[in-house]
Design a protein around this ligand. Structure first.
Ligand code: NDP
Length: 336
């Protein structure tokens, strides 16, 4: 089979392409400009004509995907704005929603062979701030972020605008699909990862240009500078980039993924967990907060990852493997 991957040059997407090629799929990746295509063609050269790149300069245009969906069996949609720079919420919500609907409409109108569309959403779409410890599952929706941009507009927080873009894009996909599913030849599955960490295989020239999530990781673990208190208290949930990539392949291959969203999460971390792992990897890294006891750490917000394990067969890399392979990647780039 052949899979269309949108935003194929992204941090997560290059790993998705790799996973799909290794599983035997042919892949057509979309990028926004020719300058981003060359790296991918070279990186996946050994796959020969099983891999190609096409330029879609504006995914929100009516015919953006028309020619690119005609001969594919599945679509993995990952292209979505991921930055904290929007002034008006619609600068980020607009393209996120319109891009998702553009892919679905193209699949409906021209994707006669398409059987499944997998949308890369985020736990940002189900997250909520709570005074009490909370374990969220796939039934949760981030109503807070939607309310925040509605009430505050341009004065909403940057992270709130991003979270709203992921929530509204995913909700638009489900609403669109639910209304038409009886008449469609394809179904929908959605993946919701938390912070994605792990080695980079996309085109990145210096640490400042890492993706949003790995730039945080580099700053907090390699550069350092967090106080002992912050190391022990600050953290969230994470997943290895290779695991969220594999989840895309499994979501395409697994019939039971039809109409489901999946939290794709390894587990909780505090920054001290990664700092300690870096120290185990090499003593050139400081020990960090030596009074921290991981068994006593309080993780106020956690995600229930059981559905992905039982339905998709997910297995998760842990903190030491993420740290080791990220540091080996940085070392090979001369960044340590
Ligand atoms: P990257 O920034 O590396 O990749 C983003 C991709 O989306 C790039 O291909 C980018 O193209 C494309 N893109 C951005 N804006 C637009 C737009 N307006 N029109 C078309 N394409 C666009 O990020 P990641 O790989 O980290 O993230 C990929 C997806 O995963 C995003 O949807 C993000 O929300 C989601 N995600 C990421 C997490 C993380 O921790 N990294 C966690 C949870 C979800 P270009 O290079 O041309 O800008």
């Amino acid at each position: 089979g052949k899979v269309l991957v949108t935003g194929a040059n992204g941090y997560i997407a290059v790993w998705i392409v790799k996973s799909l090629l290794e599983a035997g799929f042919a892949v057509r990746g979309t990028v926004r400009s020719e300058s981003k295509a060359a790296y991918l063609r070279s990186y996946f050269k050994s796959s020969g004509d099983r891999f190609e790149v096409v330029v879609v300069s504006d995914m929100t245009k009516d015919d953006a995907f028309t020619e690119h969906v005609k001969d594919v069996d599945a679509i993995a949609h990952t292209a979505s704005p991921f930055h904290m720079k929007a002034v008006e919420p619609d600068e980020i919500v607009g393209p996120a929603v319109a891009g998702t609907l553009s892919v679905l409409k193209a699949a409906e109108a021209h994707g006669t062979r398409v059987k499944r569309v997998v949308v890369l959403s985020s736990t940002a779409a189900l997250f909520r701030i709570s005074p009490d410890p909370l374990v969220l599952d796939e039934s949760a929706w981030n109503e807070q972020a939607i309310a925040e941009i509605k009430e505050k507009g341009r004065d909403a927080t940057a992270i709130g605008k991003y979270r709203a873009s992921k929530t509204l894009a995913e909700r638009a996909a489900w609403e669109w699909w639910e209304q038409r599913k009886a008449a469609l030849g394809f179904d929908l599955a959605v993946l919701n990862p938390p912070y994605v960490f792990g080695p980079n295989i996309h085109d990145v020239d210096e640490p400042e240009n890492l993706g949003e999530s790995m730039r945080d990781w580099y700053n907090n673990v390699v550069k350092g500078g967090l106080s002992d208190d912050a190391l022990a208290k600050n953290g969230a949930m994470f997943v290895d980039v290779r695991d969220i990539a594999q989840a895309h392949t499994l979501a395409i291959q697994t019939p039971a993924a039809s109409g489901q969203r999946f939290i794709i999460s390894s587990g909780p971390y505090k920054w001290q967990d990664f700092v300690a792992a870096a120290h185990r990897w090499s003593e050139r890294f400081p020990e960090g907060n030596t009074s921290y006891d991981p068994s006593k750490a309080i993780h106020a917000l956690q995600y229930d990852n059981r559905k992905g394990i039982t339905t998709l067969g997910m297995k998760y890399r842990g903190i030491d493997e993420v740290a080791r392979d990220s540091l080996e990647d940085f070392k090979a780039r001369g960044w340590l």
